[in-house]
Ligand binder design. Structure first.
Ligand SMILES: C[S@@+](CC[C@H](N)C(=O)[O-])C[C@H]1O[C@@H](n2cnc3c(N)ncnc32)[C@H](O)[C@@H]1O
Length: 259
């Protein structure tokens, strides 16, 4: 892996998708490299029991036919205990690569919310709050509340000084899912939400997305003027993200294969 890895250092100014396993790739980065981590890990939650959890991600997450033709993604079949352990492991390594005071934002649903806030703190991050992503549309179920929201757990690597060079940001994002036509990933996040979220990172900070999927975070970072690195294990999505960045006119060094 090391032979083919691109070297990302503190002078990095571009946009890059690395194909590989986050835990392995993180270990190749120097300490205190990133100005912020913004990500959407596999939730491993879209099922009622262990058998159902091991089904394809299309079965678990795609209610619409258009999305179910998209390829499956990786890392979504762990039970809650294994998932929490794994989350703690990569979050610990990610904290080593984050600058002092760097923010972290992680998407999650209601089922894994308590496990995520445990994992974040076990890994040594300070938990600072929970944001709401109101997806507006959701399946109606008579006699029940709609599962209309997902959440973004956020925190920091130690003390966050007052007077950081970042704007006041919303605590609730109201934005529908990306339209099926043109969607690249089964669980793609809306670009407008990601464009707001990256602004928590101070200007010039390198943004890391350890679970890049279709590269939405890296694209948002580019549009908002931040350097950024995404890591993606599924080859199809690593390629799709690199292509998306290239087609968006983003300066990318291409796809680095770390698998
Ligand atoms: C929820 S999706 C991210 C979607 C992304 N936010 C977007 O807008 O397209 C999570 C991604 O993490 C990837 N993944 C799972 N395990 C991984 C690992 N160990 N290392 C790197 N990527 C991984 C999956 O293949 C999947 O594409």
């Amino acid at each position: 892996m090391e032979d083919t890895m691109i070297q990302i250092d503190h002078n990095f100014a571009g946009h890059h998708i690395i194909h590989g396993d986050t835990l392995r790739v993180l270990k190749t980065f120097p300490d205190a490299l990133f100005g912020g981590i913004i990500t959407d890990p596999p939730y491993a939650s879209g099922a009622a029991d262990q058998n159902a959890r091991q089904k394809s991600t299309a079965t678990k997450y795609s209610s619409a036919k258009a999305a179910s033709v998209l390829p499956d993604f990786e890392g979504d079949s762990k039970d809650q205990r294994s998932w929490t352990h794994w989350m703690t492991e990569w979050l610990t390594e990610a904290r080593r690569t984050a600058q002092q005071g760097a923010p972290i934002c992680l998407f999650i649903d209601w089922r894994q919310l308590p496990n995520l806030t445990d994992a974040l703190q076990w890994a040594g991050w300070i938990w600072r709050g929970v944001l709401v992503w109101d997806k507006i549309n959701s399946r109606p179920q008579r006699g029940r509340f709609r599962q209309q929201a997902e959440f973004i757990v956020w925190g920091s690597n130690g003390h966050m000084p007052a007077g950081r060079n970042a704007p006041v940001l919303p605590g609730v994002f109201r934005q529908g899912m990306p339209p099926f036509k043109g969607r690249i990933h089964q669980t793609e996040k809306p670009l407008p939400v990601m464009r707001e979220m990256v602004k928590i990172v101070e200007p010039g900070g390198i943004i890391l997305d350890p679970f890049a999927g279709a590269g939405t975070t890296v694209l948002a970072a580019k549009i908002e003027g931040y350097p950024a690195v995404g890591i993606e294990l599924a080859e199809h999505y690593a390629n799709a993200a690199a292509k998306r960045l290239a087609e968006a006119g983003v300066v990318t060094d291409g796809l680095a294969d770390a698998a």
